[in-house]
Write a protein that binds this ligand. Structure first.
Ligand code: GDP
Length: 528
């Protein structure tokens, strides 16, 4: 291990934001980029979103996709750290990609709207983080509005997200009466002021919360703050870095993203606490980010929607070693040498001349469909990274072909789109239907559109009686055979030949699980 390599790895923080639409992810992202000096980019995050809101038709969204590639990974420097913020698409873009991005990060930032508490999408995304015990920092947003009692928001997080909360800052008042926050560990008061453009907020330092000067700044809220801090000291959880790193406890910050309040405090703590890239598992061994040989794994494919440029970008997370443009690597699934010449090294600001990347960084590799999700590239050893799986779809549709002569093209198109991760394809054992499974419903429109554009197949989709899917396995072959017999009409084979149970309703799934305790029903499946 070289010292220079270790320094590069240790500087890196690769994370994603976990939030429900409208909690403030875009606003917070802009502020974070501002601190990273990427002001131009900050503007474009907003305009991209505004453009998306203004339109609902798919064609317009498609045109935007070209732009959205650039904001898929936002890299910035902050206080000696190289921060990679991976976008977790929400709203209409919510899809399996959103889940898979979270398997490619080292930590997460949970954003909660203080008036709403834990919401549906947050629950789903946290489930994904729990698969790898991803460490989570929490930012409770919109304190400038009336919201829930902060203790209730934390109780809500603890109950629904099954993670202990340890506040590092504490809000004083809220809404019209929002006075600021108290930094519990530094004994610093940050007075609230709505600063839209400015970057820094200086804290007033008090060595003791009982300092009578607090009354000058906070009036009657000083006494309330003291009471609440006492309560927290007695009944709350002290922050424990080890427990944070294991994903058992989350440090909590309060603020208002739109007013750029509490953001820097959170970011300072974030770069300090959040883990640098860790070892990642392969089918044979763990790969340390400090190993000098290069390795990387693909976690997302984005197709170019521009008809004239039918290429795809494979998003590769570097897992070890150093990447240099033009380097020759092995593409293990195909057993071929591959020169990564035209890679995009993602940057939020225009830093020309960047030719190197390290573990935790993401590069975009242009290709024409040769690369698929889960593919591993290394300079030497044959490896296959695991932990970037397929996720059980939440919506299902049956595909109807308008022209029966195009069955072969349909099959080919669907198989390729499934490989790319755009949709999941299931073929029932009992009939010849094509069942599509997706995490976000817009994916179905995308598929129908792409079938037409790229494969000249006119298809449509219709609802079907499936609500959830589980991949099936069992060590006991006799039990598995019996299960297959019993549930034949609900079984299907996915695009990689794996057996799946497509449940018509949650109760039937439950009863199947009870009846067959020796059968494993999985919500994720490793990509082969
Ligand atoms: P996203 O959907 O999670 O990306 O959320 P946005 O960042 O687009 O924010 C959703 C809405 O909440 C927008 O209208 C924002 O202006 C607003 N918003 C974001 N942060 C704050 C905040 O701190 N206070 C208030 N009052 N509104 C906020």
């Amino acid at each position: 291990m070289s010292k220079a390599l270790a320094r590069e790895v240790d500087k890196r923080r690769t994370f994603g934001i976990i939030s429900h639409p409208d909690a403030g992810k875009t606003t917070l992202t802009e502020k974070l980029l501002l601190y990273g000096g990427a002001i131009q980019m900050a503007g474009s995050v907003k305009s991209r979103k505004a453009a998306r809101h203004a339109t609902s038709d798919w064609m317009a969204m498609e045109q935007e996709r070209g732009i959205s590639v650039t904001s898929s990974v936002m890299k910035f420097e902050y206080k000696g750290h190289e921060v990679n913020l991976l976008d977790t698409p929400g709203h209409q873009d919510f899809s399996e990609d959103t889940y898979r991005v979270l398997t490619a990060v080292d930590s997460g930032l949970l954003v909660i709207d203080s008036a709403k508490g834990v919401e549906a999408q947050t629950l789903k995304l946290m489930d994904v983080c729990r698969l790898r015990n991803t460490p989570i920092v929490t930012f409770i947003n919109k304190l400038d509005r009336d919201g829930l009692d902060p203790l209730d928001v934390m109780a809500d997080i603890e109950e629904h997200l099954k993670i202990e909360c340890a506040p590092l800052t504490w809000p004083i008042g809220m809404g019209q009466e929002f006075k600021g926050t108290w930094n519990i560990y530094k004994n610093e008061l940050h007075l609230f002021s709505a600063v839209h453009e400015g970057k820094t907020q200086e804290g007033l330092v008090f060595n003791d919360v009982n300092d009578p000067r607090l009354e000058e700044y906070l009036g009657e809220y000083a006494a309330q703050l003291r009471d609440e801090l006492e309560l927290l000291e007695g009944a709350g959880n002290p922050f424990d870095k080890e427990r944070y790193l294991k994903g058992e406890q989350t440090p909590v910050f309060f603020g208002s993203a739109i007013n750029n309040f509490g953001v820097q405090e959170m970011l300072d703590a974030f770069v300090d606490l959040a883990p640098a890239p860790k070892s990642r598992p392969t089918t044979t061994r763990e790969v340390s980010p400090y190993e000098t040989d290069f390795s990387g794994v693909v976690f997302k494919i984005q197709a170019n929607m521009d008809k004239n440029h039918r290429d795809r970008i494979a998003f590769m997370r570097i897992c070890s070693g150093k990447f240099t443009r033009g380097m020759k690597v092995k593409h293990h699934r195909l057993g071929k040498d591959f020169t990564i010449a035209n890679a995009t090294i993602f940057m939020a600001q225009d830093r020309t001349g960047v030719e190197e990347a390290y573990a935790g960084d993401i590069i975009g590799v242009h290709n024409h469909g040769t690369i698929k999700i889960g593919d591993t590239f290394t300079t030497k050893e044959e490896l296959k990274f695991i932990g970037i799986p397929n996720f059980s779809p939440e919506h299902f549709r049956r595909v109807q072909l308008k022209d029966p002569m195009k069955r072969k093209q349909l099959q080919k198109g669907l198989e390729q789109l499934a490989e790319e991760g755009a949709v999941q394809l299931f073929r029932p054992i009992a009939n010849s239907d094509y069942i599509l499974g997706a995490v976000g419903i817009l994916q179905f429109d995308v598929i129908v559109h792409r079938l037409k554009e790229e494969y000249s197949v006119n298809a449509l989709y219709e609802p079907c009686m499936i609500t959830t899917a589980r991949w099936i396995s069992s060590e006991d072959e006799k039990v598995l055979a019996d299960f297959k017999d019993y549930y034949r009409s609900d079984l299907a084979i996915d695009a990689e030949g794996c057996l799946a149970y497509l449940a018509p309703n949650p109760w039937k799934l439950e009863s199947a699980q009870e009846r067959y305790s020796k059968v494993v029903f999985s919500t994720t499946r490793e990509i082969r």
